[in-house]
Design a binder for this molecule. Structure first.
Ligand SMILES: [Zn+2]
Length: 212
């Protein structure tokens, strides 16, 4: 499930009273949510039955537990939900640093270690290249790893990163199919939170629940 601005700030730093926040989260996806302290890295946590997760650092969660919702949050970064017929699910928060750190590769490897075979992905909205001016040196690093499709231009003709293209390239290389893709820009479209465009402190989420 994907949330948007209309669902309110459901992130870990939401200023909402705990009961209001919990009610909002439950209306998005019922169950006991688990999430991590996201750090724009490549860390993956495999969720066990007694893993509360709170405060653990990482950018992706994988679980085989039925009915356990795993959540990732963003305001411009890409959010990727992953599922397999074996009931292994995952959720990843993918900014450019996490992409380069291999968070998607690590998440899929962890899922396959739990016997996931065919994996399908759901992509949330993320910042589009027209709004994402990027340094040439960092762009070169991403281009070296994920190919020329990550290189783009802003509306002002400045060098830009196409984060979605990088995510799609990484998933393709991992033989992950795409089951849905929001394919919209968080900065252009006020339906989502955007730190870059609006200095939003709120976060939207992507929640994946293990099959019961
Ligand atoms: Zn945009």
């Amino acid at each position: 499930m994907l949330s948007g601005v209309s669902d309110g700030d459901v992130g870990p730093r939401s200023p909402l009273p705990v009961d209001v926040l919990e009610a909002r989260r439950q209306s998005i996806a019922p169950g006991r949510w688990r999430w991590l302290s996201q750090s724009h890295g490549g860390g993956v946590v495999l969720l066990g039955p007694e893993e509360p997760c709170s405060g653990r650092e990482g950018d992706a969660l994988v679980t085989t537990m039925p009915g356990a919702p795993v959540a990732v949050f963003a305001a411009d970064c890409a959010l990727v939900g992953l599922a397999s017929p074996q009931g292994v699910v995952g959720a990843a928060h993918v900014g450019w640093r996490g992409l380069l750190a291999g968070v998607l590769e690590a998440t899929v490897t962890t899922m396959r270690s739990k016997r996931a075979t065919e994996i399908a992905a759901v992509l949330g909205a993320c910042i589009g290249p027209e709004c994402y001016e990027f340094s040439e040196s960092d762009l070169e690093l991403l281009e070296a790893r994920y190919g020329p499709s990550v290189r783009s231009k802003t509306t002002e003709d400045r060098p830009a990163l196409d984060l979605r293209a990088g995510v799609l390239r990484a998933l393709e290389a991992l033989s992950v199919s795409i089951s849905s893709d929001e394919a919209r820009c968080t900065a252009c479209d006020p339906s989502w939170f955007s730190w870059r465009a609006r200095k939003d402190t709120g976060r939207h989420c992507l929640v994946v629940t293990g099959e019961r």
